[in-house]
Design a protein around this ligand. Structure first.
Ligand code: SAM
Length: 291
């Protein structure tokens, strides 16, 4: 997935952000102007003011956060797993320096600590400046921000977690360490008994080999895994997939109804019905995982 900023013809005053899949199809977003263009040691970082999504954060030319319309992604990465687990207290988010997943995790009163491991300090700083609402989770006393490579952090910490959310999908992104075959087992090794891992694995029908390989890696390490999808209008294909995995055979079958009632009215996409429906895959997606 990559983007190219196409500058307008002479008499236009706005930019078009192209958020494409393999450069051949995707989404174009009309922007009034650029608010920030910079580069960190890892990636290009840009912020645009757009007509339909509000402020948009691009990393390495890819849209990764929108002021309007990113709720489905963050809610569906967080709440299904949080409510499958009976009592999630210690959470780790790999990537996710934009704060979107962090804010959703913090809605759950059971949470005692959230460790966010973001490799790029400049992402955090850019979000703090331009997306203050997304940034507020980092001021919560339960939050710990670690600036590090997620692979290095998980392979060197002795901490254990109830949930590990890998919000750093970006094949070909700044650091390829999260694409190594042993990353999935490192994550598994850092989970408490009954712990749950969630991996974003991108759009359902674009890179089938990547999805199949991800599921194969997960199925060899976790007793149970489920694939879910969510529709999200800011993604070039309009949807994305998650793999949720647990070392326990039935670790993904629970639903904490009491915990759900505490957060449901704060959600705009997730619900108990969506919790069920998200794991019911269209035929063309299901066959990727069960050929
Ligand atoms: N919310 C985004 C989306 O909608 O696709 C996903 C987050 S963005 C693509 C990936 C985030 O993970 C970025 O903030 C990036 O800096 C961070 N990241 C990438 N590789 C990382 C690594 N190896 N360790 C920690 N953070 C990493």
């Amino acid at each position: 997935m990559n983007s190219k900023i196409r500058h307008p013809v002479k008499n236009e005053t706005s930019l078009w952000i192209e958020n494409l899949v393999d450069g051949v199809s995707g989404l174009t977003i009309k922007a009034r102007h650029a608010l920030f263009c910079g580069s960190s040691p890892f990636q290009k970082i840009e912020v645009f003011d757009t007509y339909s999504f509000g402020l948009v954060l691009c990393l390495g030319g890819t849209v990764v956060l929108t002021e309007r319309g990113s709720e489905p992604y963050h809610e569906m990465m967080v709440h299904p797993a949080m409510l499958m687990h009976p009592d999630p207290k210690r959470i780790c988010i790999i990537g996710g320096g934009d704060g979107g997943c962090l804010n959703e995790v913090l809605r759950h009163p059971s949470v005692e600590t959230v460790t966010v491991v973001e490799i790029d300090r400049m992402v955090r700083e850019t979000v703090q400046t331009h997306f203050p609402l997304f940034s507020q989770g980092f001021n919560d006393s339960r939050t710990e921000l670690v600036i590090d490579d997620g692979y290095h952090f998980l392979s060197s910490t002795d901490k254990q977690f109830d949930l590990i959310l890998v919000d750093s999908y970006d094949p070909g992104g700044p650091v390829r360490s999260l694409e190594t075959s042993d990353f999935y087992s490192i994550v598994a090794g850092r989970l408490n008994a009954g712990g749950i891992a969630v991996f974003q694995i991108g759009p359902p029908l674009v890179n089938e080999d990547f999805l199949r390989d991800s599921a194969l890696s997960v199925s060899s390490l976790y007793a149970q895994y489920k694939v879910s999808t969510c529709s999200i209008r800011s993604f070039p294909e309009g949807s994305c997939c998650f793999i949720t995995a647990c070392a326990d055979q039935k670790g993904l079958d629970g639903f904490n109804r009491v915990g759900y009632e505490l957060i449901s009215d704060q959600c705009c996409y997730y619900s108990d019905e969506v919790h069920k429906g998200a794991f019911m895959l269209p035929r063309c997606v299901k066959r990727i995982f069960c050929p």
